[in-house]
Design a protein around this ligand. Structure first.
Ligand code: NAD
Length: 327
């Protein structure tokens, strides 16, 4: 088995590859992995076990068709994580989001069709559904994205569907809720707040902090991606939730407690433009059809994540941060 994993110098893709190469996924002990990553500000080689002989790292762009046509032959499957992923950045520079998330997905899937790749998982997000005041989205809910990031991911999901319908590509889509865990870029809410507290900075909380997100540990997300890769059906979409809904205020409260700080460290800042109020996924389908269940509670996951940032200041101090926190 030979896998090509895009965007795996970033947060979630690198966790997936580290798990795969440390034999975390049954049946994949002999799998070889090619990572294709452009190494934008969000990706770093230090996230990957580069001395592992089963890993090949290629620095390159998912929009580069000749490169993909050269690279893909011999690979059995593709897991597509590469994306511009930060909502705040998409508010200021949407073009790069459309280029990578829409154009890159189209180019990658075209190349998979041309070279006969047998299986593809396209990793997407709950943000494609928009915002929901009550209840939860199923996979049949309409796509009503509100940010340029979410709109570009929604477009990429539809491109994946079209590749399946038109060309018969064996592709499935996952739509996951907010992830947290080790190796997440300090521009995102949880690492931003943890590293901010460690630096003695004040934490910029958007608006009144009542926005609700459903948090999932990256390890659970990656197990879901693996379940979809191995057992998912072509043309199907799978929500990956976790059921742990918390307001940004509640998450902040937990982090303050874990790091021995209080609300005097928090500053309310002007709300994000078009800030979605609430995300909530109905993930019954993946639980029922693929037997997947999240394992890590928010409390234990946040505690171990804080420990990781405490133990790896060299990692996060090297990465630049955007001025505001997102999620
Ligand atoms: P990330 O920003 O940490 O990593 C993205 C990676 O993609 C980086 O290594 C970057 O260098 C690479 N990349 C960007 N543009 C590229 C290009 N044109 N060609 C090749 N590589 C490129 O993102 P993440 O948080 O790990 O998210 C991974 C995927 O999961 C994304 O598709 C995102 O939409 C999705 N997702 C993320 C979350 C979350 O909470 N972080 C939740 C649901 C879904």
């Amino acid at each position: 088995m030979r896998l090509l994993v895009t965007g795996a110098a970033g947060f979630i893709g690198s966790h997936y590859v580290r798990m795969l190469l440390s034999d975390g996924y049954p049946g994949y002990q002999d799998a070889r992995v090619t990572v294709l990553d452009k190494l934008t500000y969000a990706g770093t080689r230090t996230n990957l076990p580069l001395d592992e002989p089963r890993l090949t790292f290629v620095q390159g762009d998912v929009c580069d068709l000749p490169l993909l046509l050269d690279l893909l032959p011999g690979h059995d499957a593709v897991v597509h994580f590469a994306a511009e992923s930060h909502v705040d950045r998409s508010l200021h520079s949407a073009a790069e989001f459309v280029r990578t998330n829409v154009g890159g997905t189209q180019t990658l899937l075209d190349a998979c069709v041309t070279t006969g790749v047998e299986r593809v998982v396209h990793v997407s997000t709950d943000e494609v559904y928009g915002s929901i005041d009550e209840g939860s989205w199923t996979e049949e809910s309409p796509l009503l994205p509100n940010s340029p990031y979410a709109a570009s991911k929604a477009a990429s999901d539809l491109i994946a569907r079209a590749a399946w319908r038109t060309h018969g590509l064996n592709v499935s889509v996952t739509r996951c809720s907010n992830n947290y865990g080790p190796h997440q870029h300090p521009e995102k809410l949880i690492p931003r707040f943890v590293t901010g507290l460690l630096r003695g900075e004040r934490l910029p909380l958007y608006g009144d902090g009542r926005n609700v997100r459903e948090w999932l540990h990256v390890d659970d997300h990656c197990r879901a991606v693996q379940a979809v890769l191995t057992k998912g059906d072509a043309g199907e979409t799978y929500n990956v939730g976790g059921g742990t809904e918390r307001t940004n205020r509640q998450v902040t409260e937990i982090l303050l407690g874990l790091l021995g700080a209080d609300w005097s460290s928090v500053e309310q800042v002007t709300d994000r433009k078009g800030h979605d109020l609430r995300y909530s996924l109905d993930d019954d389908k993946i639980r029922r059809t693929l037997g997947y269940e999240p394992r890590i509670t928010l409390e234990e996951g946040l505690a171990s994540t804080v420990d990781w940032y405490l133990a790896h200041p060299g990692w996060w101090k090297l990465l630049t941060r955007s001025p505001l926190s997102g999620g």
